[in-house]
Design a protein around this ligand. Structure first.
Ligand code: ATP
Length: 313
């Protein structure tokens, strides 16, 4: 049974289709990165998984429980760090944790949780209303961990966290997966999910436009490495000759400098050989990996360029 399954899940707000017929399956034990720019529909989909918002059409199941009608069974098995949350300003951090331990009938020790999320004991005694954004985020993450949930849903968990906090959050995600949990990690920053996620789903304007591993996404876009080469003289071959080589595309020349994309970085040696066979000496070269962030932006751009599907009566 999948941890999360949605069938044509849709949510409209007036004219806005916040989530548009999304079919998504997240398997148990996965760390799934849920990516998309602001307003893509990520939080709306999460709200539907927890039955905080009803779908306009379609349905969703969490561990086989339907979100409509079986939300209590779902919430018992899920720990959530929501996008927007409110703390009780006049209650200490520790009281927040004690409260959740009680409500979930869990046996977690609040001190262990405080230690895991990096809140020191003095801060734990302060009122949550005085917490910085990062401290509040750590506390809510701690609250989500109570009761060893089978599914952790983290909506933009790195908001307000310093680099140490971000590292700590990643460590916690790995620990949770090691004990058998599934993690659904929503973010608009690919770099945040890159280090921990098995697969990612990319949302744009309500639609799920891609579900793949990060390697598959690199392959889909077909851009891996950019090679810049400087030659001492014009070799006896054309740009098309270079482009006809395996794994080489998009060759551009600017005087003695050549730039091209390589889908396999080992093609670099073959290109240099070919240029030297053509009578030129390679005086300098460098390669640059396309960052995943660039690839992500490219996918969103490509999606925006696609014509809207025609609606037939
Ligand atoms: N309660 C609501 N009433 C009206 N429109 C809403 C409501 N909630 C969300 N929307 C709209 O639905 C769309 C998707 O919003 P959502 O918050 O799900 O996006 P998101 O991907 O989580 O964005 P962000 O990364 O900024 O949190 C947006 O156009 C938003 O304005």
């Amino acid at each position: 049974m999948a941890a999360i399954e949605t069938d044509a899940l849709t949510r409209r707000y007036g004219e806005v289709v916040a989530v548009d017929s999304v079919d998504l399956t997240v398997e148990q034990g996965e760390v799934f990165g849920f990516l998309g720019p602001n307003g893509a529909g990520k939080s709306t989909l999460i709200n539907m998984l927890l039955d905080y918002t009803p779908p306009t059409s379609g349905e969703a199941r969490v561990f086989g429980h339907r979100t409509r009608g079986e939300a209590v069974a779902i919430r018992e098995r899920v720990g959530v760090l929501p996008d927007a949350y409110k703390l009780y300003e006049r209650l200490s951090g520790r009281r927040h944790l004690e409260f959740v331990v009680q409500a979930r009938q869990a046996d977690d020790d609040p001190d262990d949780i405080l230690d895991r999320v990096g809140l020191d004991p003095e801060d734990a005694e302060r009122n949550a209303g005085d917490y910085s954004k990062g401290m509040a985020q750590r506390l809510v993450l701690g609250m989500a961990l109570i009761g060893e949930p089978d599914l952790l849903i983290l909506d933009e968990p790195s908001t307000g966290l310093d680099p140490n906090g971000i590292r700590l959050m990643r460590d916690i995600i790995r620990e949770e997966v090691d004990r058998g949990a599934t993690v659904f990690f929503s973010s608009h920053i690919l770099g945040q999910v890159e280090a921990v996620c098995d697969r990612v789903g990319i949302m744009n304007e309500g639609r799920l436009i891609e579900v793949a591993t990060l390697d598959e996404i690199r392959d889909t876009i077909g851009v891996g490495t950019t090679l810049h080469v400087t030659v001492d003289q014009q070799p006896d071959l054309t740009l098309s000759d270079l482009e006809a080589m395996d794994d080489v595309s998009n060759v551009r020349a600017d005087g003695p400098e050549l730039t091209m994309n390589l889908s396999d970085s080992t093609a670099k040696a073959k290109v240099i050989n070919r240029l030297e066979e053509g009578g030129a000496t390679v005086v300098d070269f460098e390669t640059a990996e396309s960052s995943l962030e660039e690839l992500f932006a490219e996918l969103i751009d490509e999606d925006a360029d696609e014509p809207e599907p025609e609606v037939s009566a």
